[in-house]
Design a binder for this molecule. Structure first.
Ligand code: HEM
Length: 179
């Protein structure tokens, strides 16, 4: 943790700038909008939130491709397909299977009332395979162009990195390098 903090400190102190988002945060710190501690905390969240999720996604893409070698060639040639493939991996194998919330008011789901102040677990992975909203949800099929999934959450806490699969070109080249 000491090494991580020291590296993050170097980033914040401008020893090197690692991308536009962090550069923006540092800009706000320099303007006095954020304290150094707040900036550090933000960068820690970004590293934490962005690391294991992306690692899992890459591992899942490689795993799925082991049984679908022909799709790699298609991904290399077709950006749209590469995006659809990533979305389908995220749908069927999301990095987060569940998230937690505390209800701020009574919530009714069907016949059940969940009282205010309850801790609830939302099963994103199950929602992604909901037969009520998707046809044939258990089948991995990137050609189906299924846009709806919950792999990045929903609402005000929607993932900051949710545009990741949209940057298909970069993803495609990253895949090519991995393979
Ligand atoms: C495949 C990659 C990723 C997946 C599947 C993923 C998934 C998620 C999910 C499900 C949430 C919602 C958590 C909740 O509602 O409790 C979330 C939030 C978040 N993600 Fe990601 N994430 C990914 C990549 C990234 C990356 C690369 C970054 C950083 C650039 C990032 C930054 C964040 C942040 C800051 C939040 C919190 C947003 C908030 O609470 O307002 N994520 N992510």
């Amino acid at each position: 943790m000491e090494t991580v903090n020291s590296t993050l400190g170097d980033i914040i102190d401008g020893s090197y700038l690692d991308g536009r988002l962090i550069a923006d945060l540092i800009g706000h710190m320099n303007q006095g909008d954020l304290t150094r501690a707040q900036c550090m905390s933000y960068v820690q969240i970004l590293f934490g939130a962005g690391h294991s999720t992306t690692t899992d996604l890459i591992a899942n893409v490689v795993y799925v491709l082991t049984g679908r070698a022909g799709d790699l060639d298609r991904m290399m040639d077709d950006e749209t397909f590469a995006g659809q493939f990533l979305e389908e991996v995220l749908r069927t194998r999301p990095s987060f299977h569940r998230i937690r919330r505390v209800t701020t008011r009574d919530v009714s789901i069907g016949d059940v009332v969940i009282p205010a102040g309850s801790m609830v677990r939302l099963l994103l992975a199950a929602a992604n395979r909901d037969p009520a909203s998707l046809e044939d949800p258990e089948t991995f099929d990137p050609d189906k162009k299924r846009r709806q999934h919950m792999a990045f959450g929903r609402g005000i806490h929607t993932c900051l990195g949710s545009t990741l699969p949209a940057s298909r070109r970069r993803s495609r080249f990253r895949c090519a390098r991995v393979m």
